[in-house]
Design a protein around this ligand. Structure first.
Ligand SMILES: Cc1cc2nc3c(=O)[nH]c(=O)nc-3n(C[C@H](O)[C@H](O)[C@H](O)COP(=O)(O)OP(=O)(O)OC[C@H]3O[C@@H](n4cnc5c(N)ncnc54)[C@H](O)[C@@H]3O)c2cc1C
Length: 529
């Protein structure tokens, strides 16, 4: 091996492991393993003694990664790079300090990394865009963080009707590339959100009314299994894994490429924008949302909306933003969306534009200083009374947090149609167990500045959503489904898919990950057991 600054760090790292019990047989096992990776015995000479077959061997894992991939492995000593990589996570709560950060630039490197972690029993986390707010889902305190920003291919294959997308991409790069080739894919609505997490968590898109969730449009997942083997999961090969990954998140392997079906769309042009409303208009908007779910969305599935009630005490502002969207760029207000315009927005940006422009607009609108963030969600059936109750409770609950520094609360209504759910019948099914009725996914997003307020903000959010769940039971509109991508760590996402699905997912895990590497070593996220 070439000597590099990284190998100088090895000495220090290995000395950290000197307290581990050593045994000839375990040292020999490590030496044999390292040799299998192409390292000579002199590369690890004098270091294998620290190997502890029962320990987490995290320092050894980081050392092997540094030896094999010096350009892709960052240790805390490399302050500026390390700090900027830690800061990729959207929420400050998720800015944990991994023992090392490994950013593979090829599938083969990612596979070697997984092999190392699995062999050495080292905890690891997988991060694509890092937009999960809870700590530990895509970040780790002691262990290896696989940070996938270098897996950023976007290739449009017109002949096969797919875009091959590295999971480390943000949707904005995907859309810009696709638009330049006159196609679109089904993905996130906000520019910087990551591909890997959104797709494996389901993926609600502006295009979902006709195309289903992003996961439904996956033609192929390229996956590194716990053994380090790389497989393609699709309709004809490893189809059980393909199904499981559509909502199964990080439970089965590390995904290194996702092939999404493309939709022809010249220059990516759509119709869309944001309408802004004031609190006195909320009841009218709520009626219009209900009517949209009962008629507009059914008769015109190419139309979509997402509405967020926002409290921004620092600006003394309370408002509602409502994105309107239509797949056909007609230039006039689509009849299915007219009712929202009739309420009289005080500002309106709707126009014909590329999807990337809308994704950027929403991002710019949502941009706040780097903050502590939390999500929590709930699904409820269509009910004007429920929707109005929720927005009233949001206002009355959150006045109590007006003095929390940096507080911003956003409470979002995302209408889900039966047609969206049914798309999976034609696309090989999905693990994500969405109720087959029109309903809404509520998502609460709280942002704040100081750790000292964590308990207050998180506790308030939990109590607020529990009250909503209680009300939904009272009104008979409880759906019991938690959408993975908007859920808090303590919400029973997998259980909400239903017992049968969970059993099937566990079966898939037993086939592809017998040693439960992605359950025991990848601790963050929503697990199967
Ligand atoms: C501003 C904002 C806007 C959003 N808009 C939408 C939206 O329009 N539609 C929607 O459905 N959701 C949306 N979300 C939610 C979003 O889908 C989730 O936050 C999602 O996790 C983001 O993906 P990511 O790659 O950034 O996630 P990460 O935080 O990197 O990962 C999320 C989870 O997936 C796992 N994972 C990630 N990549 C891989 C991989 N390659 N292999 C195996 N496991 C992996 C991680 O380990 C982690 O547990 C939004 C979130 C934010 C903050």
């Amino acid at each position: 091996m070439k000597t590099s600054t990284c190998s100088l760090l090895l000495t220090g790292l290995f000395s950290l492991g000197s307290t581990f019990a050593s045994a000839d047989n375990t040292s020999a096992a490590l030496e044999a393993f390292a040799e299998g990776l192409g390292l000579s015995s002199s590369d690890i000479a004098g270091r294998a003694e620290s190997y502890d077959a029962g320990g987490d061997n995290v320092d050894i894992s980081c050392s092997l990664l540094s030896l094999l991939f010096p350009e892709s492995t960052v240790l805390p000593g490399a302050e500026a790079v390390y700090t900027s990589k830690v800061g990729i996570n959207w929420s400050v709560r998720a800015h944990l300090t991994p023992t090392c950060i490994f950013s593979p630039n090829a599938t083969s490197a990612a596979a070697t990394g997984v092999k190392i972690a699995a062999f050495l029993n080292t905890p690891f986390a997988i991060r694509s865009g890092g937009h999960t707010p809870d700590p530990g889902a895509a970040s780790i305190e002691r262990g290896v963080l696989f940070s996938l920003e270098n897996l950023n291919e976007v290739t449009v294959d017109h002949e096969n009707g797919v875009a091959r997308i590295g999971p480390g991409n943000r949707w904005i790069s995907v859309y810009e590339k696709c638009e330049s080739e006159d196609v679109l894919v089904v993905g996130g609505r906000v520019a910087p959100v990551g591909v890997g997490g959104l797709v494996t968590g389901g993926g609600l898109s502006f295009l979902s009314g006709t195309e289903g969730f992003a996961a439904d449009t996956v033609k192929n997942f390229q996956v590194v299994l716990a053994s380090g083997e790389v497989v393609n999961a699709n309709a004809t090969s490893h189809s059980d894994l393909w199904w499981a990954l559509k909502g199964g998140s990080n439970n089965f392997g590390l995904i290194t490429r996702i092939d999404l079906a493309t939709i022809a769309k010249p220059s990516g042009l759509i119709y869309g924008g944001t309408l802004y409303f004031l609190p006195y208009q909320y009841p009218a908007i709520i009626s219009a949302i209900k009517a949209f779910q009962e008629k507009g969305q059914i008769e015109d599935p190419k139309a979509a909306i997402i509405s967020s009630f926002i409290r921004m005490p620092s600006q003394s502002a309370e408002l509602l933003t409502l994105q309107v969207f239509h797949q056909d760029p007609e230039g006039t207000v689509p009849p299915s969306l007219q009712a929202f315009f009739d309420v009289g927005p005080f500002q309106n940006t709707a126009s014909v534009r590329p999807l990337s422009s809308l994704a950027n607009e929403i991002y710019a609108m949502e941009s706040v200083p780097v903050a502590r963030q939390a999500f929590r969600d709930l699904s409820v059936g269509v009910s004007e009374e429920m929707y109005q109750y929720a927005v009233d409770l949001f206002a009355s609950t959150y006045t109590a947090l007006d003095n929390v520094p940096g507080f911003l609360g956003s409470f979002t209504y995302q209408p889900i149609s039966t047609a969206m759910v049914d798309v999976a019948n034609a696309t090989g099914g999905r693990a994500m167990g969405v109720p087959r009725v029109p309903h809404v996914w509520f998502c609460l997003n709280a942002m704040w500045a100081e750790e000292a307020d964590d308990e207050l903000v998180l506790g308030t959010g939990k109590a607020f959503m529990e009250k909503l769940a209680e009300k939904s039971r009272e009104l008979g509109v409880e759906e019991g489904f938690f959408y993975l991508n908007d859920a808090a760590a303590d919400q029973g996402v997998m259980e909400s898919y239903g017992e049968e699905v969970v059993e099937r997912l566990r079966g898939v895990s037993a086939v592809y990950d017998e040693g439960k590497v992605f359950q025991k070593l990848v601790k963050g996220g929503f697990k199967l057991w």
